[in-house]
Write a protein that binds this ligand. Sequence first.
Ligand code: AMP
Length: 572
Amino acid sequence: MSHESPLIAILVIGLCLAFILGTIANRLKISLLVGYLLAGVAVGPFTPGFVADQGLALQLAEIGVILLMFGVGLHFSVSDLIAVRAVAIPGALIQIALSTAMGMGVAWLLGLPLGAELVFGLALSVASTVVLLRTLQERRIMDTERGHIAVGWLVIQDLVTVLALVLLPVMAPLLSHNAPTTLSLSGLSFTVAVTLGKVVAFVALMLVIGRRVIPAVLHYVAHTGSRELFRLSVLAVALGVAFVASELFGVSFAVGAFVAGMVLSESKLSQRAAEETLPLRDAFAVLFFISVGMLFDPTVLIRDPVPLLETLAVVVLGTPAVAFLTLCLLRQTSGTALTIAAGLAQIGEFSFILAALGIGLGLLDERGRDLLLGASILSILLNPLLFLVAGRLKTWADRRNEVPSAAKHAAPPPPVEHPVTKLQGHAVLVGYGRVGSLLAEGLLRNGWKLLVMEAGDAAVQPLRDRGVEVRTGNAADPEMLKSAHLAMARLLLVAIPDAFEAGQIVEQARAANPDIEIIARAHFDTAVEHLRQHGATTVVMGEREIARAMLEHAADGGSAEPQANAVVQGAS
Ligand code: AMP
């Protein structure tokens, strides 16, 4: 089958294996990525049995990158990007320069020639978009300032890679040992100018024309009332713009898709557009990890252990250290610096593309490529661990900041990110969206002392201005949840739609306080059961309450005002 229908083979066998190994990883309480990567190794050419088509796997992975970046763009306005430029541009450029230098140092130790050193160094300096975005999404920090800086950083890394990809072929004759020609500086500047000119032309075209045409098309399709057509139009925009960006303007697929998402982000339809691409995006992101696993030759672990460790050290120690220090210099909090540093401590698709080009140009040899691939898979595997270490370091730094010392009088301590609340007998509200914002008003009106936990930054500012305590981030994160001091709280309201995350929050809360009243939100009967089993006192099933309110309304002959607080009253 694999010879006749390689696409079906990789989709079916790859996804099924990823599912099985992902489930086992979940059972063992390790990152799902481990399962996906191992599935890739299993269908790769270096292990016995079925061998999937590597080229196809990489192309499918590229679709994952497009959908991910499109989704990020949908949550990102042009002003968000401008707001983080003062940190993201200098930060990313310094980090790329220093990481490349460190990578070149390792390549020099390996005795590689100058051209190989440069390719090797550059490949080590750029993080994987997929890995970083997935991490930001998983931790629900995409909509926070840290998340915005990280995305801005990614965009700069992306543009630098695009530049490197066009410049390397021009510079290759100079860099290879048997350089027959000398490179003219004017030729090089011309290539740089043309490349940057194309990027600017693409962005300008999108901002001027795309910004009007794309939302108009989607609005038109939305009005046809066909969900299927709407879904298709979103896909067509995401993939189409990314393709045109890459084919006509030489911009990467990722940046093209990101800009397409961004021009749509101001439209009211952006939320719906994001939802429509979610399932596809997740499936293709899994294919990305399978494609990385496939490239990995496990024998490199035995053949070249010391160089592999050196290469890995640049990625998991060197780059994060440089990023951390740069961010501290740019006056970011230690929490922000640690998160971004940990996020950048991995390499992926850009490194493979650079390595492939290096080999094509005769600059890099297979050994260099194998080391890059080995470092990539190991760094992706180690990434969740690095986030754990970053979390611990942050707690430690926070504690140090809490201890008053004479030496600290001069400079105010940087703000602690999730300080433990001093409230007692309070209510904790998780989620400040359509449901949570109504709950918050009710609780405040009833005189509750309130602490709100919300993943996004933007909506909670008015609450903060009113003096309500707010923590931003994923409430399922134990560090974040600790800051609510649930042991002293009387009430927990979990007003988020995702039952899996809500279950994690409820379970931790119940362990912290066996007596606390926990009211949770659900949308399915199975979720009601799930949340009760994890310790919720009451679970309110949204759809049932909507039905109840509609019936009440119908009984009143449709004249009564709908009850805004019916959801709260209807605790089952
Ligand atoms: P809505 O469905 O409009 O009530 O919105 C739900 C809100 O919950 C959104 O504002 C989300 O950002 C927020 N939210 C979802 N999951 C989490 C989480 N794990 N931690 C904190 N806030 C969350």
